[in-house]
Ligand binder design. Sequence first.
Ligand SMILES: NC(=O)c1ccc[n+]([C@@H]2O[C@H](COP(=O)([O-])OP(=O)(O)OC[C@H]3O[C@@H](n4cnc5c(N)ncnc54)[C@H](O)[C@@H]3O)[C@@H](O)[C@H]2O)c1
Length: 451
Amino acid sequence: MGSRVTRRRFSAGMAGGAVAVAGRSAFGALGANERVRLGIIGVGNRGDQLIDAFKPHADAEVVAICDVYAPYREFAAKKVGGQPFLTGDFRELVGRKDLDAVIIATPDHWHALPFVHACAAGKHVYVEKPLSLVVSEGRAMIEAAKKHDRVVQVGIHRRSVPSCRKAVEAIRGGAIGKMTACRSFHISNEWPLGIGNPPDSAPPPGLDWDMWLGPAPKVPYNENRCFYKFRWFREYSGGQMTNFGTHWLDLIQWAIGQDAPRGVFAVGTRGNIPDNRGVPDTMEAVWDYPDGTIVSFSQYNANASPGAANKSYVEFRGTEGTMLLQGDGMVIVPEVVRGEPLPALDPTNRKGNQRQAAATRPAGGKPIKFRGSSSDTVHHARNFLDCIKTKGVCNCPIEAGHRSTAATLIANIAGDRKKYLAWDAENERFTNDEEANKALAYEYRAPWQLA
Ligand SMILES: NC(=O)c1ccc[n+]([C@@H]2O[C@H](COP(=O)([O-])OP(=O)(O)OC[C@H]3O[C@@H](n4cnc5c(N)ncnc54)[C@H](O)[C@@H]3O)[C@@H](O)[C@H]2O)c1
């Protein structure tokens, strides 16, 4: 039998005291010069990048590695050097007494379980985005971090990138006036091949496919479901909505100072690319926020206009200007704003009325450009290490990571339901669709249980 993840069950289970292994000095703060001993779970694409992001910091060392694919474990072991502890079972890693912190870079359906175990074992945690596969997991993760008083950094690394911090500071300081709308995009043309349509097959040697699936339904191995491409299957992830959308929704909610939307509408289609993906290749989502700001995310994966592939950017549209933020820099285009009210329109003078209307349009004042440093993750890793030592709050604490992830998760549910869903953020429930509420949690495959 699977386990339904709910707040009540999770709390009851933790009170029962399932896992209790203290780390080296994990329950106390580390000295400023002490090395933070790290274990990493999942060393594929992102895990490998995170090893690089922690490497420049002399006070961090990776001493334990877990992956269900033996060749990746061995590759990572060579990279970190020394004699790291190697395992395919995260429970063996989080239970080690010689670790202070754990990095989780597994596919999204494998974030919550190792996170909760790691907190209970007294480890601080750096966990990749999106925080969870479903909203109820994210809530359970917050409770675990609180209960065990752990330092958590969610891998939404733009929170530590200087140019993004500067952009948010500028917006919050009123640089573009009152925010009206924020539009965000992920654009790349994957047509006509996409991820293809490979047949099911035997898993590659060295891969524990059953463990890779974990709490997800048991299905035969298909190469598209596994390394990196799991993103295109809802059993393990949420498509570009949660992959890239989480980064942008986080930046937007942070900039406009709003924790959560009061509703979302979304629609998606996946017929444009003839591959076996289970998520839309084209999608539009619109959220409305309590302060009146309208936010959107457009995912176009079968069309790459305005030109270059992999265009990912955000437009912040304010009453006094527009900030365009992309990659490693931003541009502010000021509005030309009328200083006095519009004169009354003359019903007999159509041409004159058009001229008056035109006078209120932006004339594209001189752009203000900032260039930031590259959007790498080294700063985010540094911030995590510092917070472990000071017991401080990280740049992307778990509550923020959860709220940004939840915004995208509910958009996928709205896309499935093809309707506007009203969201009660405090209680984390939809108020106008009971059916939609069922998608906020899911049944784990036995023997996995979050509690
Ligand atoms: N912050 C960012 O910008 C960023 C960038 C890329 C990926 N990510 C996130 O990182 C996560 C991983 O993505 P990826 O691109 O590295 O995928 P990937 O498939 O390349 O790597 C995932 C690794 O986890 C391993 N794994 C699966 N189940 C496991 C388990 N139970 N225990 C141990 N290892 C397990 C796989 O074998 C694989 O090596 C995703 O959640 C993704 O959203 C974040």
